[in-house]
Design a protein around this ligand. Sequence first.
Ligand code: TA6
Length: 280
Amino acid sequence: MAHEVTHNPLKGIEANTPDAHYGVYDHGAHVWAWRPAGSDPVLWMSTQSDFEAGKPIRGGVPVCFPWFGAGHTGTLQPGHGFARITAWELVEHSHEGGGLRVEYRLGNDLTGDQPDWPYQHQARMVVLFSDRELSLELTVENKDDQEFTFEEALHTYLAVDDVKNVKISGLDGARYLDKVAVDWATQEGDVTITEETDRVYNSTGAVTVNDGVRKLKITKEGSANTVVWNPWIDKSAAMPDFGDDEWTGMICIEAANVLDDAITLQPGETHTLVQRVSFA
Ligand code: TA6
């Protein structure tokens, strides 16, 4: 499928035909569109999202790095780290396996002075779009002469028919931090969404999201945690870049390494986090 460099509205790579739509922005190496041929959009995007330098995008796949939320101190800014609001360098884009491959690079030359995380680093994001699967591969390299520790998450917003009907399977028996109740618990059976839900599961496995209309399968590698989030009513109303009634149409399923599962790399070491979304 032909693709082009676009400024729609941020610079990036896009392939858009009546059949299918793939899109990624240089800003945050942010995948913002994946509509496989014959399908409705798989990624959700708020109608209220910002699309400008220095601001996060509300939808698609924000890349959270090198910390998650406010980080291990609870005070780090910007939220979810600087990677998602920094323009990454487009390394190459090509057709591959009937789809589109896009590779981005991030490094100190692009991230600048970061007193909260003052390390020499390089990150690469390889995105593979096809009509069968969306694959995201985030590799982090320690380019420093000292070890460093980081958190990461592929903060994936999935479009669902009605989140109140969603059943998430694959987390049964997993321990999780319930960030709403501020307590740990163990998952019993499928995850259903009946209120604000913000959980960090200790799980390396695949999950299936069934909204009664479509079943999506999310697999991952190099990930100790799966984050599940829906803001529900009040949190949605409190976010200026999130429509008050939009919460029913999305669920975040995030391959992550956060909290006690943050990654420590020695000089020269690399770590790769992979998340793949497909139809179950
Ligand atoms: O991944 C869930 C979460 O950490 C929630 O706590 C909520 O803050 C969400 O991320 C969105 O964060 P953002 O900074 O994009 O508004």
